[in-house]
Design a protein around this ligand. Structure first.
Ligand code: FES
Ligand code: FES
Length: 160
């Protein structure tokens, strides 16, 4: 499979979870494992651009897929991606345990809906659990990420 744009492979047992494969075999520990039951969303990664709970999937199911983890949600030059930057700007995290799952989920969501309303932003994150923040700042981060994406789009247009 390709993970964050790079070809990665390892020989693993058929029962190896995708979350364990990413963390233990590839050393990408940004993907967090909370509940291991598909409830909390901390383990969310993108498979071919779509968010999935990596704790509910076997690694071998995704042979040949394009996977994006939180480590791949930055910019090509290594700077923070729009969602990461928005979380920093809006104080969207406290302990940060849930943050990788929010960043991947919101990254995929904004591809589909680049300019969400506050209500839509709230809905977009409804499947992810955070025990620290009260969600207000995460909602603000979704809206801020949308602004950052739009501004960068304009910058990139202008530099052509
Ligand atoms: S660890 Fe996968 S949803 Fe909680
Ligand atoms: S910031 Fe701690 S669980 Fe969300």
């Amino acid at each position: 499979m390709h993970v964050n744009g790079l070809p990665r492979s390892a020989a693993v047992p058929a029962r190896r979870l995708l979350s364990d494969f990413l963390r233990h075999d590839l050393g990408l520990t940004g993907t967090h494992v909370g509940c291991e039951h598909g409830v909390c969303g901390a383990c969310t990664v993108l498979v071919d651009g779509r968010p999935i709970r990596s704790c509910l999937q076997f690694a071998v199911m995704h042979d040949g897929a394009e996977i994006t983890t939180v480590e791949g949600c930055n910019r090509p030059d290594g700077a923070l991606g729009p969602v990461q930057e928005a979380f920093r700007d809006c104080h969207g995290l406290q302990c940060g345990f849930c943050t990788p799952g929010f960043v991947t989920t919101i990254t995929a969501y904004l591809e589909e809906n680049p300019a969400p309303t506050q209500e839509e932003a709230r809905e977009a994150i409804a499947g992810n659990l955070c025990r620290c923040t009260g969600y207000q700042n995460i909602v603000a981060s979704v809206l801020r990420a949308s602004e950052i994406r739009a501004a960068r789009g304009h910058d990139e247009e202008a530099s052509r």
